[in-house]
Ligand binder design. Structure first.
Ligand SMILES: [Zn+2]
Length: 180
């Protein structure tokens, strides 16, 4: 779900060399083509995840790939360019663990300084389909809130979203914070 950092050397328009240049004061430097002056803006990457409720439990998936192989995440992934974000959430849940879901609410939006990803997290309800283990996953399980493996969650956004969800569900702070 998370993207590795690449260094771009060549202009995607003319193939000329890119250089780091400050084009506006107080903005980060940009990659600018030495030949055609094309400015290669590196934008955030949009990720959508869902906390999928199945009764009083939620679905977590154990990652089979890096980064954070072996750690647990909610179903989710990158939103394609031009794709409606809510549809991306439904698509990812079905691709990653075989379930059809209905989105209930927006839980939150998570972003961190220096990180490329902006993670949008919905709360969703399981509609149909048995939980399966998809290509990018080693295991798929239902966890009640007092069983969440806080030490083995994949990303800061996974931890923060699940904390916000626990708060929202009025799950006793003590019970989950002692695991952090
Ligand atoms: Zn160029």
């Amino acid at each position: 779900m998370h993207h590795q950092q690449y260094t771009y050397k060549f202009c995607p328009v003319c193939g000329g060399h890119l250089e780091n240049k400050n084009i506006k004061e107080q903005e980060p430097s940009r990659l600018v083509c030495k030949d055609c002056e094309f400015v290669f803006y590196l934008d955030p990457k949009l990720v959508v995840c869902s906390i999928v409720e199945v009764g009083d439990k939620v679905i977590l998936l154990k990652r089979a790939i890096d980064p954070q192989k072996g750690k647990w995440v909610m179903p989710g992934g990158f939103v394609d360019r031009g794709e409606e974000i809510r549809k991306a959430a439904l698509r990812e849940a079905e691709e990653e663990c075989g379930v059809r879901i209905e989105l209930k609410d927006l839980l939150g939006i998570y972003s961190y300084g220096g990180k490329t990803e902006v993670v949008v997290v919905y709360i969703a309800e399981h509609k149909s389909g048995d939980l399966i283990v998809g290509d990018e996953t080693d295991d798929a399980r239902l966890y009640s809130l007092d069983e969440i493996p806080w030490q083995e969650l994949a990303f800061q956004s996974t931890v923060d979203a699940l904390k916000d969800y626990c708060r929202r569900e009025n799950f006793s702070r003590k019970e989950y914070e002692r695991h952090l």
